[in-house]
Design a protein around this ligand. Structure first.
Ligand code: MSP
Length: 528
């Protein structure tokens, strides 16, 4: 794998980030960190979607300019992603000058090629969706089914994009590439939506929408939402209608574009058509994740249950985001909806990260210090007891084999499923310790055997630290430090021979990698 380019949806900035936005960015960051363990040239793009009527209205309701509103809120997104250790390469804002200039050129090219035409139109516009709706999609009371608001009747002369021209090619692409839409069960939804697609409006009259990118040569029209927003995926890496950058040539097409299920239609229909019209290759996968509910209820301002991701870190006195990242990334099987609840969060991370994984490392290193003054002796590697050697080889083989299993899950964007495999190694290693009782071996004076068991577990912990790194980068780095393991190693280079003979650790250097939530220690360390 010589490059990996992945993107998230760009978030609307008419408010602060919530846990749903965070879910997507965490999932994508986990995917990015995993693939950075398999490739040297990875690029991770995220950002904010800043134009449109909704922003214009919110800004005017707050008595500030749209730009001021965008600046304030884009900053909140950046701060939240920093707190969650989202390690993106570029944060694009659709108000960035380089983006705006290329969007104008893209629009111009599409007009010149005959893919965009001007047309008088009357339609029902929902500013919540930032799109025109068909009458048949409304509720019985004539409301937008997602926003439960009456759409405005808009009568304008707009530019239209010839979506219908690409209908057959899109259907063909989806049918011929069953892994293009992830998860596959969503492909049928898209094929159904394709049945009755129409050309789409891609501009709004300046008299109605001022907060947008001007159409070149026709400044009475603003380029409206989707052409502006979707193009971010190519403008961010240097696309140009005349001379695309070297970076663009290397990175495009995207390896995966991560979005929520609600905007799959825009990505698997509109976006494909735009790319086809620009004669550009199509992304390899569109991964549509499910939605996060709060205590099993839809998050909404009216229910007052919108949670900001940083408020969770604060509520639990978390100095690092690892536990929250782990919980969110594993909250739902691939593409399904997930849920956040305080109690479940506490229970899951205490069980997995503190009791099973952290404790295993802590116990093993403490025994190494207690029985061997923290030293891994040469003789631990020399096989003596056949039964013990067989058990340890089998655990090592199973753990190494899981690297490929985890990689395979990631190839299909099965992030929670991959984590389950990692936890299954932790469980197997815990069972191995219980079965072989190194403390009993020590009591019986079987010191080499005792050392052999501990070394096997430490070896497995190296593999676990590498595999858990995408979810919990700080915890993994701390585990690796205590194991003297190089956490930046590529997955392919990991062997069952990472632990070397010699002094590994002293008593003072051992510390819990994750403190149980609500534990006294966690409270004290937070106060420090
Ligand atoms: N601006 C558009 C996307 C343009 S991409 C070229 C948009 N913005 S959004 O702020 O409404 O949503 C951004 C992303 O967050 C979307 O992928 C959306 O699915 C996701 N989520 C918003 N609420 C969510 C949950 N409650 N749960 C999970 N993801 C959610 O759409």
């Amino acid at each position: 794998m010589n490059k990996f380019y992945l993107t998230t949806a760009i978030d609307y900035v008419n408010g602060a980030p919530h846990i749903g936005h965070a879910y997507e960015k965490i999932l994508t960051d986990v995917i990015a960190r995993h693939f950075s363990q398999r490739c040297d040239n990875l690029f991770f793009l995220t950002g904010t979607d800043e134009h449109g009527i909704k922003i214009q209205k919110t800004a005017s309701a707050n008595g500030i300019s749209p730009k001021e509103l965008c600046d304030n809120n884009a900053q909140k997104f950046k701060e939240a992603w920093k707190a969650l250790d989202i390690n993106y390469n570029r944060f694009i804002r659709t108000t960035d000058e380089d983006h705006k200039a290329i969007v104008q050129k893209i629009f111009k090219k599409l007009v010149e090629n005959g893919d965009i035409y001007k047309h008088s139109y009357e339609g029902l516009y929902c500013s919540g969706c930032e799109c025109f709706l068909n009458e048949k999609d409304l509720t019985e009371d004539g409301l937008c089914p997602d926003h439960l608001k009456k759409p405005e009747v808009v009568s304008e002369e707009n530019y239209f994009f010839k979506l219908t021209k690409y209908k057959d090619a899109i259907i063909k692409h989806i049918k011929e590439n069953p892994d293009f839409i992830v998860p596959q069960f969503r492909a049928n939804e898209v094929l159904n939506q394709l049945e009755d697609i129409q050309d789409i409006s891609v501009s709004r009259a300046k008299t109605n929408v001022q907060w947008g990118i001007d159409v070149l040569d026709d400044p009475d029209q603003s380029i409206y939402v989707w052409i502006d927003a979707l193009s971010n995926y190519i403008t961010a890496i240097g696309y140009d209608t005349e001379t695309p950058s070297e970076q663009f040539k290397t990175l495009w097409p995207a390896d995966v574009q991560v979005i929520g299920k609600d905007i799959l239609k825009f990505h698997s229909i509109y976006w494909l058509a735009i790319l086809m019209a620009l004669d550009l290759p199509l992304p390899k996968h569109i991964f549509a994740h499910g939605w996060i509910t709060i205590d099993e209820s839809k998050m909404s301002k009216s229910l007052g249950n919108v949670i900001s991701p940083t408020s969770v870190l604060e509520a639990f006195n978390l100095q690092q985001p690892d536990a929250f990242r782990y919980y969110m990334a594993t909250s739902a099987p691939c593409g399904r909806d997930g849920n956040y609840s305080d109690d479940d969060f506490k229970e899951k991370v205490n069980a997995h990260l503190a009791n099973s994984m952290g404790n295993l490392l802590n116990r093993t290193l403490s025994m190494l210090v207690k029985y061997f003054d923290g030293e891994v002796k040469e003789e631990f590697f020399a096989a003596k007891n056949d039964e013990l050697v067989a058990g340890s080889l089998s655990l090592l083989k199973e753990s190494l084999g899981k690297i490929k299993v985890v990689e395979n899950h990631f190839n299909h964007f099965e992030i929670a499923e991959a984590a389950q495999e990692i936890i299954s190694i932790v469980d197997a290693a815990n069972k191995y310790v219980t079965d072989n009782a190194p403390w009993t071996l020590a009591k019986e004076g079987k010191m080499t055997e005792c050392g052999q068991v501990l070394t096997t577990v430490l070896e497995v912990m190296c593999i676990i630290s590498a595999l858990i790194y995408p979810y919990c980068p700080n915890i993994a780095a701390e585990m690796a430090r205590q194991l003297s393991f190089d956490i930046s190693k590529k997955l392919d280079d990991i062997t069952a021979d990472e632990i070397k003979a010699g002094k590994l650790i002293s008593k003072e250097e051992i510390k819990p990698v994750f403190l149980r939530l609500d534990s006294e220690l966690a409270d004290k360390s937070a106060k420090k």
